[in-house]
Design a protein around this ligand. Structure first.
Ligand code: FAD
Length: 509
């Protein structure tokens, strides 16, 4: 409560995963009457875990499993939830937000958690209506409405073309293959995940994808779509690449990256770069009463970069850093000690897929045999490749410390490398020790160190999971998730948690 005993009026725009976490963390202050919270969210659905949309779209998860908040429960606790309505304008002088129906909501603090939109590439023949919808049979995978489109095609046995072989495109293609949708994964350039994988890792991954039932169409510079007449008007028939090849299907899913939704902020004169520019306290560079979190927030230090034309960094596009921002900001608004702002650990890219392990980080290791210009130090690169059995590791180091690595089909080596990378620790001089971790006779997992991060999304350590089991009496992965939040983001750590649980309970994993 402020000095005059009136609650602080907080307006949150955006009710995605990060907005939800902010609201949850602010609830005690709402309960105590210190904060009056209004949430404006433009999606018609109850908030859902966007991270699991591909699982839902392909029938591997149901809608209930994606639900992350119940607006009725929030309303019951005094939060005003304005769902299915968009914030259209910020009137900064008046400290009001105007909604698309003209209603105005006053604020003391405005929090923008407007997230990101899927990037739609320019393709001849592809039309975009005023409401943002694309030619029938073409969509991205960013919203529940997109996922429902994919789900309908999968259910009717249609063929899906996925354009873009970044992590999300590959994960979707694998799930489509599991659902029997005969996916074709078309991508630019020679190999998938070009920003993370070297040529060897990419080709071992391609082999694994093909074995899993994904057809790969490399070197696709997508130029146009062909359409057919359908009951819904013109509908997608084929993707055309610049060399004239056509890739036929019933649905085209665009997986070509995302763009933070900054228009609301920039129209109000707030400074933006890759996202809305905020300082370490998540406060807008341009207005002390406006904050941004999640996929739309570009955190940078104004004292260093205020005059830069190109401000370095940008939103991570990952849910974990957004959740930590939400927690930090809610705590600051509730009058608590603001949590110290830790630097996010250096990014590790991993594929969430049941039967293909791909993990990479840092500099993409180059060719160990590439000629070195005279006078330059030879790069320290080590490579292990067994394409026939789908395993590959490449490691780039300087003075024994990892600059980057790529690992396919070697989950334990990848876990160890991830740890060494994040700790900037020195590698064993005999690199082959790492390979032994995935050997058949080394199947028993090493006990995790207590400070090892198990759930990257929620930053939950092995120690916290162990306490949940030994002290809080959790007996299942679900109970651990409810107690610690571990496993409630992308879910990629659930198998590891089950393994740890089995080990502590003295059972086989
Ligand atoms: C298929 C898929 C898989 C993913 N997998 C992973 C993963 O494995 N790991 C990971 O870390 N991340 C993953 N992500 C990314 C993750 O989903 C995002 O980082 C996360 O959703 C960001 O949350 P957010 O709340 O900041 O933004 P968003 O989720 O984009 O939510 C923003 C919300 O604000 C609403 N909004 C925007 N403008 C307005 C307005 N003017 N008025 C009212 N409401 C508005 C939007 O409609 C939306 O509901 C994945 C994303 C997708 C699509």
């Amino acid at each position: 409560m402020r000095g005059d005993e009136t609650p602080l009026r907080v307006v949150l725009v955006g009710f995605g995963p990060v907005g939800v976490r902010f609201a949850e963390e602010l609830l005690p202050a709402v309960d105590a009457g210190r904060v009056a919270l209004t949430i404006v969210g433009d999606e018609p659905d109850d908030p859902y875990n966007r991270v699991l949309l591909a699982e839902y779209a392909t029938g591997h998860a149901d809608r209930d499993g994606l639900r992350i908040a119940d607006p009725r429960t929030l309303a019951g606790r005094g939060v005003r939830v304005l769902a299915g309505r968009a914030a259209a304008r910020i009137l900064r002088e008046a400290r009001e937000v105007e909604l698309d129906d003209g209603m105005r909501v006053a604020y003391d603090r405005l929090v923008l958690a407007t997230g990101a939109d899927a990037t739609v590439p320019r393709l001849d023949g592809l039309e975009r209506a005023a409401d943002g919808s694309l030619t029938h049979g073409v969509c991205a995978l960013r919203t529940m409405a997109d996922a429902d489109r994919v789900r309908d095609v999968v259910a009717s046995g249609g063929r899906v073309v996925v354009l873009g072989a970044g992590v999300l495109g590959i994960e979707l293609a694998l799930l489509l293959a599991r659902a029997g949708a005969d996916p074709q994964l078309a991508h630019f350039g020679p190999g998938p995940m070009p920003r993370s994988l070297d040529r060897g890792a990419a080709s071992v991954l391609v082999g694994a994808l093909e074995r899993a039932g994904v057809s790969i169409v490399p070197h696709t510079r997508a130029e146009a779509i062909l359409t057919r007449e359908s009951a819904d008007g013109r509908a997608f028939r084929a993707l055309v690449s610049s060399d004239g090849r056509t890739i036929e299907g019933d649905l085209l899913v665009l997986s070509c990256g995302v763009r933070p939704r900054t228009a609301l902020a920039s129209d109000a004169g707030l400074r933006t770069a890759r996202g809305i520019l905020v300082d370490a306290e998540l406060r807008s560079w341009s207005d002390p009463n406006v904050f941004a979190i999640g996929d739309v927030a570009h955190v940078a230090d104004p004292s260093h970069h205020a005059h830069d034309r190109d401000v370095p960094g940008g939103p991570s596009g990952l849910v974990g850093p957004g959740w930590r921002q939400a927690e930090r900001l809610a705590r600051a608004f509730a009058g608590g000690e603001p949590a110290p702002l830790h630097d996010e650990p250096p990014g590790i890219v991993s594929l969430k897929a049941d039967d293909i392990d791909v993990v990479a980080a840092g500099t993409v290791p180059g060719d160990p045999f590439a000629p070195v210009p005279r006078g330059e130090p030879a790069p320290e690169i080590a490579v292990w490749a067994d394409p026939r059995h789908g395993t590959y590791v490449s490691i780039a180091t300087t003075d024994g410390v990892l600059d980057g690595f790529a690992a396919v089909g070697m989950p334990r080596a990848a876990a160890e490398l991830s740890l060494l990378y994040q700790r900037r620790a020195e590698l064993p001089s005999d690199r082959s020790l790492l390979l032994r971790l995935d050997a058949a006779d080394a199947l028993v997992p090493r006990p995790a160190g207590r400070d090892e991060t198990v759930c990257v999304c929620n930053a939950v350590t092995a120690g916290r999971v162990e306490d949940a089991v030994r002290e809080d009496g959790c007996e299942s992965v679900e109970e651990i998730a409810a107690c610690t939040r571990a496993g409630t983001g992308c879910g990629g750590c659930r198998a590891r948690i089950a393994e740890m649980l089995a080990e502590w309970q003295g059972q086989p994993a």
